[in-house]
Structures are given as C-alpha cells and as structure tokens.
Design a protein around this ligand. Sequence first.
Ligand code: ATP
Length: 330
Amino acid sequence: MKLAVIEGDGIGREVIPAAVKVLDAFGLEFEIVPLELGYTRWERTGTAMSSEDLDTIKGCDAVLFGAVTTVPDPSYKSVLLTIRKELDLYANIRPVKPLPGITGVAGRNDFDFIIVRENTEGLYSGIEEIGPELSWTKRIITRKGSERIAEYACKLAKERKNRLTIVHKSNVLKSDKLFLDVCRKTAAAYGIEYGDMLVDSMAYSLIMHPERYDVVVTTNLFGDILSDMCAALVGSLGLVPSANIGDRYAFFEPVHGSAPDIAGKGIANPLAAILCVKMLLEWMGESRSRIIDEAIAHVLQKKIITPDLGGTASTIEVGNAVAEYIVKNV
Ligand code: ATP
C-alpha cells in the first residue's frame, strides 16, 4: 500500500503529522510518499503542484491530505480540484456523527448519517465564461455521473439502515430531473427505502431533525454546502473528516481548511485528520479501524482536548494520546 502524504499549508502541517502518528500505531505496512504541495511550495518555487507531482500521486493507492491555502495568482488552478479530477474521485463522503460528550449547534447527539456528494460535475464543471456584463457557469448532470454516485450511495445504504434521501432542486433546475430519476431507479433496483427532498427544505430539516437521515445523496454544490453546514451539528470544524473516492484511488482530507489564524500555534484540533485515518483504514477493509473511535472517546473523556473544544492540550498531545491508546489496545 503506497500512501501519498500531503500536509499542505497552515494547520495541515500540524494535524497531518498527528494523524500519521496514529496510523503508525497500527503497525501496518505502508510506503509513505511525502509531497510538498500548495501555497508554501508556490512561494518557494512558483508552482503549487507540477505534472510530476500528479504522476507521483497516480503511482500511489491513496492520499492523506491536510489543507492548502489558495494561491493569490489569477492563473492558479486549485490543487484539490485538479487532484479530484485527475484521479476521477467521483464520490465525496462526509460522515456526520457526534463524538461522545460533544454537542453542536442543535444541542443533540442522536444522529448518524452520511452525505454522499457527486464530486465531478454539477455546477463545478469548470465550464464558464466570465465577462463584465455577463458571467455564466454550465451545470452538468450526466446519466453516467448520476448512476455511479447513486450506486455508491445505495451500496453504502445497504451496509447501514437501508435508507436513502435524494436531495435536489428539480422544481426549478430541470437538469436535476435526470439526477432524481436515476437515483430513484437505482434505489428501487437495490431494494432501498428511499425518499427525496428539495435542497432548501433539506437544509432546514437537517438542523431540526438530523436523526431522520441515514444516507443522503446529492449533486456537487448542494453537497458542498450541506456538508459544511452539518459540521456545525457535530460541534467543530476540527472534528469532521471526509473522503473522496473513485474506482481506483481514494483521497482523505479533514473538512477544515488551512486556518491561517491559528497556524503555527500548535493548537489545531487533529481529530478530523485522525478520523480521516479511520476512513482510510475502512476503505482498505481494515476492521481494526474501529479502535480509533474508542481512542477518541478515551481522550475526550480524559479532557485531553484542544482549545476549540474548551481544553488546553496541544495538537501533538492529542495525537500522542490517541496513538498511545491504540498501541496499548489494538
Ligand atoms: P482556508 O483559507 O484554508 O479555507 P480558513 O481559515 O478560511 O482557511 P478553515 O480552515 O476551514 O477556513 O477554518 C475556519 C475557522 O475554523 C478557523 O479560523 C479556525 O479558527 C477554525 N478551525 C478550523 N479548523 C480547525 C481545527 N482543526 N482546530 C481548531 N480550529 C479550527
């Protein structure tokens, strides 16, 4: 197993080393390929990511990624979007599950659902024209793109509570009719209990009734917005992991960005990055991944927590405490 490790910028350079320590605690055979990409690299060399870097990434099986600060260059192409596209990582997966003893904006912890977002088309097609009087972006929905994300979501629902919610805006966006039809058909073929919601009602419902949902499937932009909103249900951006999955590769990244305001202070919460390691191990079929939940529950109970959760522990202290628990109990 070859794993590209990209710390990136800002707190990515702090949370990823903590996550790698947790990965090491499992004693698995990994070939780690460190890569420097992003803003700091651009400052040093004038390039945020080269085609050789992409080739190196394509020579790996998976990627553990921190965060990249946007480069202030009009010709800059997003490192993240480029990798997602080049590796055809069509499914963006965000588990939304509370951690023990932590409640977010809704003040509740009785929910456990996953947002499955189509990651390659929709309004992020990249087909756009920008002018002083008229700017437009093309929204692409294809049968193939809708089918593969619907299949991914249905397989996931089968392993869980067998329930799927399809989120769309087909009353206004006619392109969403294709997405909705394909998702309905796929869910029926898989024998899954399914329903659909308009994205605006869904935003309200996710805050008011998050316990109703199991697997939620939606298009690119809606998924992007809903899943960041759901980080507030969990309690801190520092707690939410995500995965970008394709047929060949997988890419794991915390939902938070490079957080320049706290970078370099050693206080970033590494739990989102550590939960990315859990998702990586699950993707590999490693059943011991579950011990990461136990280890996190242990450190939370011992109040080894960073300032965003009201504690005084450093990023390294939290990472070490999780890793030590795993070494002892795995
Ligand atoms: P970027 O430009 O890279 O997106 P950002 O600061 O705009 O960075 P985020 O990194 O997502 O966006 O962070 C938003 C705020 O949330 C930060 O200012 C920071 O205070 C807080 N935050 C994000 N991640 C963490 C973390 N892991 N631990 C603690 N606080 C965090």
